[in-house]
Design a protein around this ligand. Structure first.
Ligand SMILES: *Cc1c(COP(=O)(O)O)cnc(C)c1O
Length: 430
């Protein structure tokens, strides 16, 4: 495959955009080669500006559960766009989408729309602090909740510890209220509660972690987390920006019996348009402006074109819930294929699947938390990624990302990707 036009485009972009990209994950920093610049997508395929075709397992990092250019979503967006792109005034489509979400999620009576997952989580945290009157929050090492100040906190040395900012520009005064715990380790959460002097407003978790690779939380861990929050008067927030409508129609909440106090949504909820949302009980949401004192706002929040895309996508999913069986089967077959290809050449690999989400690590032991994930063979991943890309398979360019199946991903695409994995692993394991 030739990448000449993408290489030139990347150089040109580099001159005027930091790193040549508008989100760092796109830069191929952890793998070999330059990022293909995309011309268009169709169904399960992506096409770059050099004319290469790829089977797309990234799907804009999750949102495109119906693949590219789904005709229903496309029609809804065009129809909405013709009426005007934005009004900054209420529209009925917001209520319609809100009703669909309230209907799906037991823990949500009311929902507020925003324009990104980052904004959804940032606002949910503010609301949790406003409701409880406490400042401290607990997050898990390796969970990503967007790039807002309080949440941009990295791993300490594994033990529960007060967070240090993981980026210059984030005041330590702010992140000192963010306590770090270890995923799937309840003792580390208890330590955070013990360390917090002023009390914990909320614990935020990806109930199916997708930002350290795919690492699901154990059911017993989530149950203990629920009990710990209740015992301490802290709110439990499920960040389902990625797992919502992906792991199942109800996200992680279709899988676990544990009920959160607040939920954040994004990605699939906008079907490729910028939408995020956060929701909770009527009581909690009543603290939000203009009903209550906790301020939150947005010029483009509930944008009618974005809402139309989300509503169409959600209604399609609801009217055909069996899609998740098919998506899950394809994800399982893909991971079994990758695993067989790795076994055939003696390369260690562990895999996991949750609905349309799949993950694999070049590792010989199960991955339960971020420290485990860090032990994966990242050099092997970089070579695998390059070999797959050269064979027309577009995987996320980091070993800490989750892969996605769309309804446009065909059995033939799965077969082709498995064949590419056999060829690539045969080559790179030598
Ligand atoms: C992607 C993601 C976010 C951030 O969403 P953006 O739309 O990128 O701001 C937050 N939380 C989780 C779990 C995510 O996967």
């Amino acid at each position: 495959m030739g990448y000449d036009k993408s290489i030139a485009a990347f150089k040109e972009a580099y001159e005027v955009i930091p790193g040549g990209v508008d989100s760092p994950v796109r830069a191929f920093s952890g793998v070999e080669g330059t990022p293909p610049f995309i011309d268009h997508g169709k169904g399960g395929y992506l096409y770059d500006i050099d004319g290469n075709r790829y089977i797309d397992f990234v799907q804009s990092w999750g949102p495109l559960i119906f693949g590219h250019c789904d005709s229903d979503i496309e029609a809804a967006v065009i129809e909405a766009a013709k009426k005007g792109l934005s009004f900054g005034a209420p529209t009925t489509v917001e209520t319609e989408l809100a009703k669909e979400i309230v209907d799906l999620f037991e823990s949500i009576d009311k929902v507020r729309f925003v324009s990104s997952g980052t904004e959804a989580v940032m606002s949910a945290i503010r609301l949790a602090r406003g409701v409880t009157g406490r400042d401290d929050i607990v997050k898990f090492t390796g969970c990503y909740h967007g790039h807002s100040d309080s949440l941009l906190v990295q791993a300490g040395s594994g033990a529960a510890t007060f967070g240090n900012p993981s980026s210059p520009g984030v005041p330590a005064d702010l992140t000192k209220h963010t306590l770090l715990a270890t995923y799937n380790d309840i003792e580390s959460v208890k330590q955070c509660f013990a360390d917090s002097k002023e009390g914990v407003a909320c614990v935020i978790i990806e109930p199916i972690a997708g930002n350290m690779g795919l690492v699901p939380a154990e059911e017993s861990f989530l149950q203990e987390l629920r009990e710990l929050c209740d015992a301490n008067g802290a709110l439990l927030i499920f960040d389902e920006v990625m797992s919502g409508f992906r792991a199942s129609l109800k996200g992680a909440q279709g899988i676990t019996a544990v009920k959160p106090d607040m939920v954040t949504l994004g990605k699939v909820i906008g079907a490729g348009m910028p939408v995020g949302a956060f929701g909770a009980s009527r009581e909690i949401m009543s603290h939000l402006s203009p009903e209550g004192p906790v301020y939150q706002a947005g010029t483009l929040s509930g944008n009618p074109v974005a809402m139309a895309a989300g509503l169409t996508s959600l209604r399609k999913l609801k009217s055909n819930p069996s899609v998740y069986v098919d998506l899950g089967n394809k994800a399982k077959r893909l991971m079994e294929g990758f695993k067989s290809a790795a076994d055939a050449v003696g390369v260690p690999m562990v895999t996991d699947v949750r609905g349309s989400m799949f993950g694999f690590f070049f590792s010989d032991k199960p991955v339960k938390n971020f420290a485990d994930a860090m032990e994966n063979d990242q050099k092997m991943f970089a070579k695998f990624h390059k070999g797959m890309l050269d064979r027309g398979v577009y995987l996320a360019c980091s070993s800490f990302e989750t892969g996605f199946i769309s309804t446009a991903t065909t059995d033939e695409m799965i077969d082709d990707a498995i064949k590419a994995a056999y060829e690539t692993l045969g080559e790179v394991s030598k």
